[in-house]
Design a protein around this ligand. Structure first.
Ligand code: GDP
Ligand code: IMO
Ligand code: MG
Length: 431
């Protein structure tokens, strides 16, 4: 990894794979960490000593002193939530203020996007996506409809005021049409946004230029993905997805550098599978295994507190994620959560519509009826939490991980065996 200067860290299941922990570990050795998509729908948990930090918008590198952290143009930035998060870090003794920047090309996610998010979900009734309610879909809709407001637009107060008033009108007629009682109040909105204008303008930068120059000067950069490949608006389980390109292709695009600037792509996966929100999850556990693993893994959402749905490791999903992301290495997290299980299953294919499939289908109907084909491996029933080298892992855990490599066709570069920074194995390629 040392020679890899620009590395993408990408969730390769349905989000919450432990990207925050992996970015925090790898940030030890880099200069810049930048987010390239999503917004405050992310919840990236990092443990430093006895303290837990949950980052929604600020990149997970921020907990290392001196790392510079940026939000790229592909992010939808909620400026109020962003500054709240920044102030909370400062209050906890993290000197973050002078180390953050946001692309002038990033779109602002404002209160009315959250109102629209709630109203759209209510309208969907039983077909709810189960969004995080953070306004993500409506903010990206505005961006693509060419009616969004970007950070750089704040320079001209009169123009931004006019845009906000137009947005309020548009949103209110849409809310009325949707049958929602909520309304946006234009004066309040304008006052609110103009109130944070100076603070936001002060951190507005051209992230593409900053990252390009840093790489040219030999510095190291991590591009931190949010969500996961199966939540990508193009490659995920549409429509049960988020509204951005979470996959590695979105990384260069979302910070303003080209694909040739990227040296490697690390796919973060849990040693099992989780998903929060609605949509297919072929390897989902039945009860009581569901509750048991949820308890073992502490699987409750970092952003919404919702219980996460849990299941066996799905090699069909990760093989697909490896292809669409061009993964060069895997970081397998939460291996320790499996420590007490007697045996482990891995989905190696699906059976649907009377056929066997070894690839992840784009047809949601097919996916919904897909029955996983499992392979069963023995558990190790001993703690892996103290393992710091590959050789420290029990034989059965090594065999399980080697099988994941074979099935996904991606080498494992890191294994995480607990929440702490030191609970990480940097895998040497000797096994
Ligand atoms: P992210 O969104 O991908 O950053 O992941 P989240 O932070 O939402 O969820 C991952 C959860 O697993 C967090 O609570 C982490 O502290 C925790 N975690 C990460 N790596 C490990 C690990 O190796 N073992 C255990 N037991 N927990 C981990
Ligand atoms: P991190 O970065 C897990 C899910 C939501 C919902 C769908 C759409 O912590 O891995 P949205 O609010 O984005 O419109 O919701 O995507 N979702 C996540 N699930 N981890 C996340 O982020 C998620 N961000 C969104 O639950 O199903
Ligand atoms: Mg998360």
């Amino acid at each position: 990894m040392n020679e890899h200067r620009c590395v993408v860290i990408v969730g390769s299941q349905w989000g919450d794979e432990g990207k925050g922990k992996i970015v925090d570990v790898l940030a030890e050795d880099v200069d810049i960490v930048a987010r390239y998509q999503g917004g405050a729908n992310a919840g990236h948990t990092v443990h430093v000593g006895d303290e837990e930090f949950i980052l929604h918008q600020i990149p997970s590198g921020i907990l290392h002193p001196e790392r510079r952290c940026y939000l790229g143009n592909g992010v939808v930035m909620d400026p109020f939530q962003f500054f709240e998060e920044l102030d909370a870090l400062t209050a906890r003794g993290i000197d973050a203020e002078g180390r953050v920047g946001v692309s002038g090309r990033a779109h602002l996610l404002l209160s009315y996007h959250k109102v629209l998010d709630r109203a759209s979900e209510a309208l969907r009734g039983t077909g709810k996506i189960g969004t995080t309610g953070r306004g993500i879909g409506p903010a990206y809709e505005d961006k693509v409809a060419r009616q969004g407001i970007r950070v750089a637009d704040l320079r001209d107060a009169a123009r931004v005021e006019a845009s906000l008033r137009r947005a309020a009108e548009r949103v209110n007629s849409r809310l009325e049409f949707m049958g929602s009682d909520e309304r946006v109040e234009a004066d309040g909105l304008v006052a609110e946004v103009l109130g944070i204008r100076d603070r936001l303008m002060a951190i507005s930068v051209d992230t593409g230029r900053v990252i390009h120059d840093a790489l040219k000067a030999g510095k190291k950069v991590l591009l931190e993905g949010a969500q996961g490949a199966l939540l990508d608006v193009d490659h995920g389980t549409y429509p049960y997805v988020t509204s951005s390109n979470t996959t590695a292709g979105g990384a260069g695009l979302g910070v303003g550098i080209g694909p040739t600037a990227i040296d490697s792509v690390v796919g973060v996966v849990k040693a099992y599978t989780t998903r929060v929100g609605a949509g297919p999850l072929p390897t989902e556990f039945p009860s009581p295994m569901q509750e048991h693993v949820r308890e073992l893994g502490g699987e409750f959402g970092a952003t919404t507190g919702r219980p996460r749905r849990c299941g066996w490791f799905d090699a069909v999903v990760v093989r697909y994620a490896a292809r669409v992301n061009g993964l060069t290495g895997l970081a397998v997290t939460k291996l320790d959560v499996l420590d007490t299980l007697e045996e482990l299953k891995i989905a190696v294919g699906y059976r649907a519509a009377g056929q066997e499939m070894d690839d992840f289908p784009g047809d949601l109907g097919l996916l919904e009826e897909a029955e996983p084909v499992y392979e069963t491996l023995p558990g190790w029933q001993t703690s892996t939490r103290e393992a710091r080298r590959w050789e420290d892992l029990p034989e059965a855990a090594q065999a399980y991980l080697r099988r994941l490599e074979e099935l996904t066709e991606v080498p494992i570069w890191y294994v995480s065996v607990g929440t702490r920074r030191d609970q990480i194995i940097h895998v040497e390629r000797s096994h």
